[in-house]
Design a protein around this ligand. Sequence first.
Ligand SMILES: [Zn+2]
Ligand SMILES: [Zn+2]
Length: 337
Amino acid sequence: MTTFECGPTTIAIRARYDEVVSDRWPVFVRPQPGELLSSWAHRLAFANGIAPRSFGRVLGFSGGMWSPSLDMNFQTDAVNILSARTGVSLPQLFTMSLKGSPLKRLLLPLRDDGRRRGSAWLQFCPQCLAEDAQPHFRRQWRLSTRISCAHHRCGLRDRCPSCRSRIAAFNQVELVPQHFCVTCGFDLRQAPKVSVSPSVRSLDQCIHDICTLEAITDAMLSNSLIRRLLAIPDICRQYPAASLVGLSTSARIRCFVRLAMRPNDWLIEDDDAVVALWRRSILSAGGHASLIGLLADTLERKRLRFRPEKRRQPMTELSTLLTAYLRMMENPRRRSV
Ligand SMILES: [Zn+2]
Ligand SMILES: [Zn+2]
């Protein structure tokens, strides 16, 4: 296999079809860390010279939001084709999907109600896309609780700034990379920066850290955290009766601005005193993204030893994990890992 650079994309050309006994597609596209399955599928289609809408048909879909559906449902026939034709294993494809996510209720819905303030299924950070060697969309940009990019210290977007359309790369009929608006062709990497204050970004990060840890321990299934997060528009009195998942990114940013100005009791309170202590600790430190990422990666690797179809079982007792975490926090040397 020959690998070479071609503009912003590294492509690997396999031997000619008639020279090998292989069912692989000619161009291999490596999944990027944290990439969403649909994003990789769009890049794979483009690299192999097929527009995403036609590529959906190759995988057995008849149209519509086929790739967002693939993220959610991990359709067996489609993922078997993807795995067989690329060599990427089913477990790796599974980690890129959102199938069985314990945060499912916090994911942005796959619907477009046409309202200006309504949610879109996917968000993006223009600067992340601009810096990517291979521009790609992240799994965490599907979460309604994420409103900013910690790396670029800016707000996320969910619409093309030129024509206000939502991202619809699944519907692209031209051979165009997914970071160009399907409706007007605007390069999403050029979208202006959205300003978000440090206190709002910190709240966003803390909520994400709390969700990440409690999700991997399955603690969320038995507490009211998700319900409270969904009620954020009501709790901050910005949009009474609205659900967080039903709002656009800019409307959710407005909610977080108001939330950041009030005490965090609404987020900390829990029947379990250890959980409350844990949340308070994260909030007082402004989040521990790298440490929690490390814990999450370790536990995710353990989770993958189970078959994707199997119902997820709690891998770790929350109290055990929290004890380990608090010990790490007390030891500055290990915290810097
Ligand atoms: Zn970014
Ligand atoms: Zn546009």
